[in-house]
Design a protein around this ligand. Structure first.
Ligand SMILES: NC(=O)C1=CN([C@@H]2O[C@H](COP(=O)(O)OP(=O)(O)OC[C@H]3O[C@@H](n4cnc5c(N)ncnc54)[C@H](O)[C@@H]3O)[C@@H](O)[C@H]2O)[C@@H](O)CC1
Ligand SMILES: Nc1ncnc2c1ncn2[C@@H]1O[C@H](COP(=O)(O)OP(=O)(O)O)[C@@H](O)[C@H]1O
Ligand SMILES: [K+]
Length: 491
């Protein structure tokens, strides 16, 4: 598990630690770590051309001290001051090491020619869109030919949320101090970071519980069948999906569940969807729902339900969704089911676990919010959704985030933008439903489902050989790659 803390927590921990250390110790530790990473990236420091972009805060101080360290190892280091003030001790150290300050007017040419640019414009103290001259410098750094290393956070990225309101530095590497910040893990901010390197400055014992966590393979624990297992004990997942109009969603959701480790998949829908599912997934046990039917009698026992993909949003769909949500079983609601919930939030008043898996558009309808704002501030909105809807919420998209009231938000580390294709969400619903039926909590099923789904997509897009390039994929390719994704887990 990787941990991230918001700015307030970082500052509190820093305050507590600084009170016990001689002044300047933390900044020296940060600068030493930053310089070490820069030296590693350069390979040969002696003679390298380094430009430091320094803002007026401590982020600029870190960058200037790091520049001084590189200058002492023979690099040609030039610094550009953004704004009227500079960290005076940092600047003095750089000058003492042979580095120098250049005019803002010369910054563009210097950045373009540099082997390495250190972005020390703003760190955790940055707020709102970058002002000038920071914004122009950030754009220059983003277009630089050399390596761009962001100090703590790429300037222009909000450290706590990942929001980017204007220009921001596109870094190859971000060297962050003490703990990760949520904005380094969540898009759009995450996409500006490049590789994130964490430098230990001794903050650990002073940090509270994390605000955000990102699971690793060993944190993903799907249920494993044992000698005593049979299909019922492994978990039966019920899938209510597909309608007269959309039958493909049902096939994809059932496929996700079959390959997700369900002991049995019970599929219920109108006749055309049932016929299609039977052809593609003979493993599934199917039940035809006649038009107008609103009860789920005679389907047999299940341990969890998936409801919604391709279901439609009319009266029949609403009645069936109500039937599922009135059980005392865990229920995952996706797609059309979420559209129905947007007008029937009362259906969420239940005691059993509910897992909602919206994309930003569906969440916008559920919260009566703006889709663009949700995509810009995923962390805030997924938390709000979990609190307001009193459910576990998995928000899909470029970064998938999962929230449950009172728990740190989980950020999925796998995935690829090749997933942005119709039907992949249906696969996720079935896969995650199988994990729920297998006994995982809603939070753990969502975590494992998103992880395996994103990994399967990467494997499908990347092909068998690590040297092969990527290719577009369809939703079925994700299903096909699920066994390979499971095999990567250290079970
Ligand atoms: N808090 C910690 O635990 C530690 C912090 N350190 C460094 O200190 C940094 C935080 O330093 P500060 O609190 O001085 O804050 P920053 O240096 O991140 O930013 C503050 C400065 O940026 C300017 N600024 C803010 N938003 C701006 C915008 N949108 N456009 C243009 N200028 C803007 C402010 O006017 C101020 O001058 C960290 O990111 C890190 O690099 C490290 O030295 C070590 C430990
Ligand atoms: N830009 C992106 N980068 C990575 N993953 C994405 C991106 N856009 C969408 N996804 C993923 O693709 C899937 C799409 O699901 P969804 O929007 O429900 O599509 P559908 O309803 O067509 O199945 C989700 O798992 C989502 O997280
Ligand atoms: K920075």
């Amino acid at each position: 598990m990787r941990y991230a803390h918001e700015v307030g927590d970082v500052r509190a921990a820093e305050g507590a630690l600084m009170a016990r250390l001689p002044e300047g110790t933390l900044m020296r530790r940060a600068a030493a770590g930053l310089a070490r990473v820069c030296a590693g990236l350069l390979g040969r420091v002696y003679g390298a051309d380094v430009v430091v972009l320094a803002g007026s805060g401590d982020n600029g101080g870190d960058a200037l001290y790091a520049g001084a360290r590189l200058a002492r190892r023979g690099a040609r280091v030039r610094a550009v001051a953004a704004g009227s003030r500079l960290h005076q001790e940092g600047l003095a150290d750089l000058r003492a090491a042979g580095g120098r300050l250049i005019d803002l007017a010369d910054a563009g040419a210097a950045v373009a020619a540099a082997d390495l640019v250190i972005d020390g414009l703003t760190g955790i103290g940055g707020s709102g869109a970058l002002r000038e001259p920071h914004a122009t410098l950030a754009l220059a750094a983003s277009g630089a030919g050399g390596i761009v290393v962001a100090c703590d956070v790429p300037s222009g990225v909000d450290a706590s949320s990942g929001q980017v309101e204007g220009a921001a530095v596109r870094a190859d590497v971000t060297v962050t101090f003490g703990t990760l910040k949520p904005g380094l893990l969540i898009d759009p901010g995450a996409s500006y970071c490049g590789v994130v390197e964490l430098v230990d400055i001794g903050l650990g014992p002073y940090l509270d519980d994390p605000d955000v966590v990102s699971p690793a393979a060993e944190d993903v624990r799907p249920p494993v069948p044992g000698p005593e297992s049979d299909k019922y004990r492994r978990g039966v997942v019920g899938i209510l999906a597909g309608g007269e109009a959309f039958t493909g969603a049902a096939v994809l959701s059932v496929g996700g569940a079959v390959r997700g480790g369900a002991g049995m998949v019970r599929f219920a829908s109108v006749r055309p969807a049932v016929e299609l599912v039977r052809q593609r997934w003979p493993e599934a046990v199917t039940t035809v729902i006649e038009p107008g039917e609103k009860a789920l009698d005679g389907i047999g026992r299940v341990q969890a339900w998936v409801a919604g993909p391709g279901l439609g949003t009319g009266e029949d769909a609403e009645g069936l969704l109500q039937a599922v949500l009135s059980t005392e079983l865990p229920v995952l609601v996706d797609a059309d089911g979420l559209t129905v919930l947007a007008r029937r939030r009362d259906l969420l008043a239940r005691d059993a676990p509910t897992l909602l898996t919206p994309h930003a558009g569906e969440l916008a309808r559920l919260l009566d919010a703006d889709r663009g704002e949700i995509e810009a501030r995923r962390l805030e909105f997924v938390r709000r959704a979990a609190a307001e809807l009193d459910a576990t919420v998995l928000l899909k998209g470029s970064t998938t985030v999962i929230a449950e009231p009172g728990r740190p938000v989980r950020v999925n580390p796998t995935g690829t933008s090749w997933l942005a294709t119709a039907g992949t969400g249906d696969v996720l619903s079935g896969l995650t439903g199988a994990l729920l039926a297998g006994g995982l909590s809603a939070l753990d099923a969502a975590t494992a489902g998103a992880y395996l789904h994103g990994l399967a997509a990467r494997l499908a897009a990347g092909g068998a050989s690590p040297d092969a390039g990527e290719a577009p994929i369809g939703a079925f390719d994700v299903i096909t790659a699920l066994p390979a994704a499971f095999r990567t887990l250290p079970w």
